[in-house]
Design a protein around this ligand. Structure first.
Ligand code: SAH
Length: 347
């Protein structure tokens, strides 16, 4: 093995200059993927955890420049699922074997703390053996506490980029990296298993901003790390920008696995969108989670955060079968337990 990969495996870290080299060349890719796969198998075996994703609202008050659901986009047909519809999705997911439900949505003011608590408590009451993951953006510490008390266990909130200047180029002036970080540390203190992450190849991203992302993640030490390629959406200011590549996304997944051996890392739908074998490649580069879609088929196309998103036509049951086959063909095993994080002495 080359020195650089051996060092990364042993020290679970590298100096900035070496990380920069590694990020900027494809020379080590094969070795990197093999090393990442080895580390992942040592910690998690061949398990790939399934998380049932419920996209419960596409209303959003924010104007993130990259996202198709941004408030300014008038061409989106907006929807919200009712509490009963959300519970039906969980029911369907439960029968398919899922033991984690991820409620993801835009930042929709309709879903007040009261309404969220009502929904979370209902899921908790009916599915006591399941993990409830929320992904609804930035809220107050008090809201996060109320959701936790109601029975939520995990929270996904990508920091998007840890480089201050870059953050401002991706977001309107009223959104601040500082607040996003505050949310992440609050969530952790409250007791959530926390997930963060970033897009690969977002407009204006540099190697240094990627290094800042890795350093921020080291500071946060999240349980879950989600990354995927940026994909332009035709109704956003970034419609003519280039998207992120499969190659760099896989390289970053492998680096993350070696820096964070314990982490739950999804092979994302975005990666599967830019390459038909993308999710399989992600698994082989160190990812160990997939998030099949549980949203009602009627609304799936409306949750279009980027162009040409895959898995918008399939019923949940078919989605489940398709993913299980893909996981097996890639050399892994789909697992339907809660799949909590496996840390050893906090690392
Ligand atoms: N409102 C929630 C959920 C956002 S959607 C929140 O703020 O956390 C989940 C993720 O999709 C985002 O965090 C972002 O990283 C990613 N995303 C948004 N637009 C994208 C695009 N055009 N290409 C790729 N990923 C995108």
């Amino acid at each position: 093995m080359s020195d650089i990969i051996t060092k990364l495996c042993e020290q679970r870290d590298l100096p900035d200059t070496t990380l920069r080299q590694l990020i900027n060349t494809n020379k080590y890719d094969e070795e990197l993927f093999q090393a990442a796969d080895k580390v992942r198998r040592e910690r998690y075996g061949d398990a790939v955890y399934l998380r049932g994703l419920i996209e419960f609202t596409n209303f959003c008050k924010n104007d993130c420049l990259y996202c198709g659901l941004r408030a300014e986009n008038r061409n989106v047909s907006r929807y919200r699922l009712t509490k009963d519809e959300i519970l039906s999705c969980c029911e369907e997911g439960y029968l398919l074997g899922y033991r984690t439900f991820v409620l993801q949505g835009g930042e929709d003011p309709y879903f007040t703390d009261e309404r969220m608590v009502d929904i979370i408590s209902a899921i908790r009451g009916r599915f006591s053996d399941c993990a409830i993951t929320l992904s609804l953006g930035e809220r107050s510490r008090e809201s996060y506490e109320r959701f936790y008390e109601a029975g939520a266990n995990r929270y996904l909130l990508r920091h998007e980029t840890a480089d201050e200047e870059h953050y401002q180029k991706l977001h309107p002036d009223n959104m601040l990296l500082e607040n996003r970080k505050r949310c992440l540390f609050d969530l952790k203190e409250i007791g959530y298993q926390v997930g963060s992450g970033f897009m690969v190849g977002s407009p204006y991203q540099t190697t240094d901003s990627l290094i800042a992302d890795l350093r921020f993640l080291q500071e946060l030490s999240p349980d879950m790390i989600g990354i995927g390629p940026f994909i332009p959406h035709h109704d956003t200011p970034f419609k003519n920008c280039e998207g992120g590549t499969v190659e760099l996304t896989l390289r970053m997944i492998a680096i993350l696995r070696l820096l964070f051996p314990y982490a739950l890392i999804p092979s994302t739908t975005a990666l599967g969108t830019i390459d038909p074998q993308g999710r399989e490649k992600g698994l082989k580069a160190g990812a160990n989670v997939v998030m099949p879609n549980l949203s009602p088929v009627a609304v799936r196309k409306k949750y279009e955060i980027y162009d040409d998103k895959i898995c918008t036509g399939e019923e949940s049951a078919r989605c489940r079968g398709c993913l299980e086959r893909r996981i097996e063909l890639a050399g892994y095993r789909a697992v339907t337990d809660r799949g909590d994080v496996k840390r050893i002495h906090n690392s």
